[in-house]
Design a protein around this ligand. Structure first.
Ligand code: HEM
Length: 130
């Protein structure tokens, strides 16, 4: 995956933050709208710190490709998440939810190149086999 792909994703996130601030609230709202059964699983997360950590890992996986490290992380988290009721297709779906919400928040700053970069990178990280 070329550096340009990662740069495009990083730049698009800068645009999201510049326009809308922290996208965590709308991203989790979308997750809970699509998968209502997942909301009570965050009961321990009183402060929002776990949700922030989870989203940070997603952005990190999308923006860095360091010799398979991200794929190992995803492999481990898929197993963890399956253990508390989030199956692998649902786990992977989160990346697309993040993409959809960021695209909406970025508005006119979201170019066709940015869209293609997100699609290529999400396809790559979710191709990780368990
Ligand atoms: C729809 C998909 C997902 C659901 C429903 C979900 C749900 C959750 C829940 C309920 C927790 C808190 C568990 C606790 O109380 O300790 C959590 C933590 C976490 N999630 Fe997710 N998750 C999803 C996708 C992802 C993805 C795609 C990633 C990263 C690639 C991720 C990374 C993490 C991390 C790093 C934590 C923090 C603690 C840990 O390592 O378990 N999650 N997730």
């Amino acid at each position: 995956m070329g550096e340009t792909t990662m740069d495009l994703i990083a730049n698009s996130l800068d645009a999201v933050v510049a326009r809308a601030g922290d996208p965590a609230t709308p991203i989790y709202a979308r997750l809970f709208a699509e998968f209502p059964e997942t909301e009570p699983r965050f009961i321990r997360d009183v402060s929002g710190a776990i949700r922030a950590e989870m989203l940070t890992m997603v952005f990190d996986c999308l923006m860095h490709a360091d010799g398979g490290y991200q794929n190992n992380l995803i492999r481990a988290e898929r197993v963890n998440h399956d253990g508390f009721g989030t199956d692998n297709p649902t786990f992977d779906r989160f990346f697309w939810i993040v993409r959809d919400v960021c695209r909406e928040l970025a508005g006119p700053d979201w170019s066709a190149d940015i869209d293609a970069a997100w699609t290529a990178r999400i396809d790559q990280v979710t191709a990780t086999t368990v």
